[in-house]
Ligand binder design. Structure first.
Ligand code: PGA
Length: 252
């Protein structure tokens, strides 16, 4: 059975002191939860990854990086490689977040290389994708999503999907307060699963966790997570507040 996942994307927020407070706060809030089939992931900035890993040594909460460079090493000032992340104990990396695509010009081709580098270092890629508002308005959202999947992931072997988590994040719903309706999320997640089943097998498609991201809050998480093909969420703003993040985890 595929796992439920609630992942917090902290983006470029909070310093070292606040990171400790947030992790302590989340532990306190979720102490009594039964998380047998649920993974809880947080993704602090690079500089706080080591401390977050130390603060989560007791388990339950996993730590992911928000990005990494595709090259093994070299003259890429300011960048971080898969090997560097893996060596400190990071097991998952968010790849292809819409902010990386929009502000840092990360193309599907670059993202395919990043996914390869994550997998080559025995880590898991949390691969983000999703259409722009204009794509949805013009009715092209399924086509855009299928192309994003195919361009960045469909060179992989079926077996590689054991180390891939998908995060469908319609760009028009990120940080805007506007959420896809549970029906819109389900419709797209079902399409994503079918696209994977068509390219690979039903087993691969059934085994992969597909998260929804975009303005998930305690007030709407329950309804979104109740949909059959929604296996959890990638949470931005609400993941910075222990009570809100915990409430979202409880909804899963
Ligand atoms: P949001 O961000 O929950 O603040 O909309 C989601 C994301 O960017 O992953």
């Amino acid at each position: 059975m595929r796992k439920k996942i609630v992942a917090g994307n902290w983006k470029m927020n909070i310093n070292a002191t606040e990171t400790k407070a947030l992790i302590d706060g989340i532990y306190q809030e979720i102490a009594s939860y039964d998380l047998t089939n649920t993974r809880v992931i947080i993704s602090p900035s690079y500089v706080n990854l080591s401390s977050a890993l130390a603060l989560t040594e007791k388990g339950i909460i996993e730590v992911a990086a928000q990005n990494m460079h595709q090259a093994k090493s070299g003259a890429f000032t300011g960048e971080v490689s898969a090997d560097m992340l893996q060596a400190i104990g990071v097991k998952s990396v968010i790849i292809g977040h819409s902010e990386r695509r929009a502000y840092f010009m990360e193309s599907d081709a670059i993202l395919a290389e990043k996914v390869n580098a994550v997998l080559a270092n025995n880590m898991e890629a949390i691969f983000c994708f999703g259409e722009l508002l204009e794509d949805r308005k013009s009715g092209n959202h399924f086509k855009v999503v299928a192309a994003q999947l195919s361009n960045a992931l469909f060179h992989l072997q079926a077996n590689d999907f054991k180390n891939i988590v998908l995060a469908y994040e319609p760009v028009w719903a990120i940080g805007t307060g506007e959420t896809a309706s549970p029906e819109q999320a389900q419709e797209m997640h079902e399409f994503i699963r079918k696209t994977i089943a068509d390219r690979y097998t039903k087993d691969v498609a059934d085994g992969i966790s597909i998260l929804y991201g975009g303005s998930v809050k305690p007030a709407n998480a329950n309804e979104i997570f109740s949909k059959e093909d929604v296996d959890g969420g990638l949470i931005g703003g609400a993941s910075l507040k222990p009570a809100d993040f915990a409430a979202i985890i409880k909804s899963i």
